[in-house]
Design a binder for this molecule. Structure first.
Ligand code: ZN
Length: 373
């Protein structure tokens, strides 16, 4: 039901182009996956997502458990039907959110107890519970429940979190029942290369259908993240998809693709849109900036999206200044299209055997451009 086929391996880097087959369709990699935390990608319909080139989207276990609850999603026939998205879906396990968002949490080997931000009730999340919730939600790819240490954290703290992640993975595998879902393991280890290596090596023994690199983009310097990805990704099996969690800027994705990563997700395109920002060729533009008020050109004349094909920068600037809701939809359409398009272009470059040239050009462009927000 799940298979990753490597179509082309770059001869000068670890970059590869592949096809990840799932019960709800195939994902051509490398690819950016938009995040639909509460079973919707904010301000976008499934039609918008399809138009933007989305193939696989994310939903969030922690948030959906709190609201509306997995029983309601299951009674609707599962996430695909509930949110009207017939393509592949991935749910994260909730681990990251419990550790980063919730207050009053108690962590033990059994699991995590935290206070619901909705009604103050104490909620317990364990490897078994996270799998059960994800089985009720019904995504194609489900994630192991892990402990994501903060940054900075000492070696001792990271070692303990990594060991717990490995024990919890074993319990996730034992708890999993549905054959139509693929369980991905999450490599932890903070910024410590040797702990990452040990964690990845230990996880390979389980022969999982896919592997993720977690615990990055949690406040560490960008250079540390690039190093961790460069160390970890090549350790993961070549015939399984590799997913870098929570990463979605051009430069981060470019370097991770070179390290052999296939899948990415990040809330950045829709979050920036809600702040009135567009991502244009890797640059961030604040549409409130006076220079856009009488600029009647499209956001990006080379972009295939509906927003760029229909509206001007001046119109978008007006909507943003007036706080019109349409601004957020139009900017989200463009930003999601831009990020997916970037990964599609990287894929094309790998397939056509000129990824090093593509990467060098983008490196230069991204490292010399300035952000205006
Ligand atoms: Zn566009």
């Amino acid at each position: 039901m799940f298979e990753f086929v490597c179509q082309q391996q770059c001869r000068h880097s670890h970059a590869r182009a592949g096809l990840f087959h799932t019960p709800h369709g195939s994902v051509a990699t490398p690819r950016f996956m938009p995040v639909g935390t509460l079973a919707n990608v904010k301000t976008l319909t499934p039609q918008h997502l399809e138009g933007a080139g989305a193939q696989m989207v994310l939903a969030n276990t922690y948030h959906l458990h709190l609201q509306p609850g997995e029983e309601i999603v299951a009674a609707a026939g599962g996430l695909h039907r509930f949110m009207g998205w017939s393509g592949p879906i991935l749910t994260d396990s909730g681990g990251f959110q419990v550790f980063s968002l919730s207050e009053m949490r108690q962590i033990s080997d059994a699991g995590v107890v935290f206070r619901s931000p909705h009604d103050g009730q104490m909620i317990e999340l364990s490897p078994e519970r996270a799998i059960r919730i994800q089985e009720q939600l019904g995504a194609d790819v489900i994630m192991a429940f892990d402990e994501c240490p903060p940054y900075p954290a000492s070696r001792a703290v990271v070692t303990q979190a990594t060991q717990r992640t490995l024990h919890w993975l074993e319990r996730c595998i034992a708890a999993k029942q549905r054959p139509d879902q693929a369980l991905f393991g999450i490599v932890q280890g903070g910024v410590y290369g040797d702990i990452r290596r040990e964690c990845a090596t230990a996880m390979l023994a389980y022969d999982l259908p896919g592997y993720a690199i977690g615990g990055v983009s949690v406040g560490e310097p960008t250079t540390a993240m690039h190093e961790i990805v460069a160390v970890t990704a090549p350790l993961l099996p070549t015939h399984k998809p590799r997913y870098l969690m929570g990463v979605g800027t051009h430069l981060e994705m470019l370097r991770a693709i070179a390290a052999g990563v296939d899948l990415f997700d990040c809330v950045i395109p829709t979050r920036l849109a809600r702040h009135g920002c567009a991502i244009v060729q890797g640059n961030r533009w604040n549409l409130k900036n006076a220079r856009f008020r009488r600029d009647y050109a499209p956001l990006d004349p080379t972009c295939p999206c509906y927003t760029c094909g229909t509206f001007s920068r001046a119109y978008l600037s007006h909507l943003v200044r007036a706080k019109e809701l349409l601004a957020y939809t139009l900017l989200s359409i463009h930003n999601v299209t831009e990020l997916i398009g970037f990964t599609q272009a990287a894929r094309q470059a790998i397939l056509e055997d000129h990824f090093p040239k593509f990467a060098a050009e983008w490196e230069q462009r991204l490292c010399t451009s300035s952000h205006d927000d």
